[in-house]
Write a protein that binds this ligand. Structure first.
Ligand SMILES: [Zn+2]
Length: 65
């Protein structure tokens, strides 16, 4: 169980914040329970965007050489 030094008590992982911070003082006392879905979504969007930009760049080179 994660221990919060600031509050001087143990926290049940279920009563903690999803990002692993103490619900009382907000200090991060444990690693996050899992990757948040919006972070995964951001990664997927970034990969799609970069892939699209790379494709555009290659297409530009092909048309301008
Ligand atoms: Zn605390």
């Amino acid at each position: 169980m994660p221990w919060c030094e600031q509050c001087g008590r143990f926290w049940n992982p279920n009563s903690m914040q999803p990002d692993g911070s103490c619900p009382s003082c907000g200090r991060v006392i444990a690693p996050p329970a899992g990757t948040p879905w919006h972070f995964k979504l951001l990664l997927v969007a970034l990969v799609i965007y970069l892939g699209y930009r790379a494709f555009q760049g290659i297409e530009w080179v092909v048309h301008h050489v």
